[in-house]
Ligand binder design. Structure first.
Ligand code: PMP
Length: 403
């Protein structure tokens, strides 16, 4: 993997902020886009644009072919069995809301339970709370140890005959913990319960194979995997998706409508009401093709090396506290230095051209567990380098000296 060549594919990486070269370490929030993704968007608007699925004319058919080819690209990328199992949504958040709504409506009632973990993003907590308010379901929470690893014994103990679903993050967006999804799915299945995995932070960084993991549902966002904003994916095993009612009603998701009775469309269209972001899905496919050509194993190895290097260098800074020291960790480092407020650290690093995230990272229950208000988070992508880590370390040392 030749990093200079990769960096050249991302025009934004050569810009400056405050007269300093940009060091972009906020990949957990969103990733930058390679030229091929941006160009696919402009090209399709300029030369193909037409609404999909409905037109007999040339452009509509070409746009439909591109859109459906993107579904196949996603299917292949996560190794799903069929494109019927790939639902396009607006993102991870919408995918989880879709499931909470449809799965909740069909399978959950008063007193039923969903198991989440203490390290979930708000988007994998609040939809279940909305369902709890509507239907009286209960939320059970898998605790973790101080390293940020979920306690598997405690997880097993949470199952009751009212457990209907487990929903956990593959990789924590704060701690970087890689959760043992395959094992957790096996435990859930032993109890006859399906498992939903929030793969927002894993899809960009490690190879994800839904067959191998044997998960029932998996969700992610295009914008975190070098694709455009506004597009996401819900993968679901066909046997589950077949049983779920539609999420929204409208065009595309029907086969026949009369005022007396409407027949819903088949999978995957049953869950895709209205005009989809067909330009965005092409962009997502381009992004997946781009990283596939580099190789997920190479990306994972590069980011792993970078995270190890950064961890070791950061740990040498006096007063450094790193949150999340799981045995298996992704390319996310959350930290605090001495008594310096995360917001001050982030703001001062920004002046040095370094983009990091500060705050609770949409994981306030996790912050409560850690007994803090927030952290500074550096999250790496495939284009980041050790030289950039050196700039971060020098920046933190400089900020530390000011306090
Ligand atoms: N889950 C996790 C683990 C995340 O990191 C994020 C984004 N920070 C989300 C869900 C939500 O993703 P989106 O805002 O793209 O829907």
């Amino acid at each position: 993997m030749i990093i200079e060549k990769i960096r050249a594919d991302f025009p934004i990486l050569s810009r400056e902020v405050y007269g300093k070269p940009l060091v972009y370490f906020d990949n957990g929030a969103t990733t930058q886009k390679p030229r091929c993704v941006v160009e696919s968007i402009t090209d399709e608007y300029y030369s193909v644009n037409a609404n999909v699925h409905r037109g007999v004319h040339f452009l509509s058919q070409q746009a439909t072919e591109l859109h459906e080819a993107s579904r196949e690209t996603v299917r292949k990328f996560i190794n799903a069995r069929s494109t019927n199992e790939i639902i396009f949504t607006r993102g991870t958040t919408e995918s989880i809301n879709l499931l909470a709504s449809s799965f909740g409506e069909e399978f959950m009632g008063e007193g039923d339970e969903v198991i989440l973990s203490v390290m979930e993003h708000h988007s994998n907590i609040v939809p279940w709370q909305l369902l709890a308010a509507k239907r009286g379901i209960a939320i059970r929470v898998i605790p973790m140890n101080d390293k940020g690893e979920l306690l598997q014994d405690e997880y097993e103990k949470l199952f009751t005959d009212r457990t209907k679903l487990v929903s956990v993050a593959h990789i924590s967006n704060v701690l970087g913990t890689v959760n043992p999804i395959k094992e957790m799915a096996a435990v859930a299945h032993a109890h006859g319960v399906p498992l939903l995995v929030d793969a927002a932070q894993s899809i960009p960084h490690i190879a994800v194979d839904v067959e191998d993991l044997d998960v029932d549902f998996l969700v992610f966002s295009a914008h975190k995997v070098y694709g455009p904003t506004g597009v996401g994916v819900l993968y679901g095993k066909e046997e589950w998706l077949d049983k779920l009612p539609p999420y929204q009603g409208g065009g595309e998701m029907i086969q026949h409508v009369s005022f007396e009775k409407t027949v819903f469309n088949e999978l995957p269209f049953k869950f895709e009401a209205g005009t989809p972001d067909y330009i965005g899905t092409t962009g997502l496919a381009k992004a997946l093709d781009y990283i596939s050509a580099i190789g997920m194993d190479k990306i994972a190895a590069h980011e792993h090396g970078l995270t190890e290097y950064a961890t070791q260098r950061l740990k040498a800074i006096p007063g450094m506290r790193i949150f999340g020291e799981a045995g298996k960790k992704g390319s996310v480092i959350s930290f605090l230095v001495g008594n310096i407020h995360h917001f001050d650290m982030g703001t001062l690093l920004d002046r040095l051209g370094i983009a990091v995230r500060t705050g609770h990272h949409c994981a306030q229950p996790l912050m409560q567990r850690l007994g803090i208000e927030g952290t500074v988070r550096a999250s790496f992508g495939l284009y980041n380098t050790e030289e950039e880590v050196d700039v971060l370390v020098a920046g933190i040392e400089r900020v530390s000296r000011m306090f």
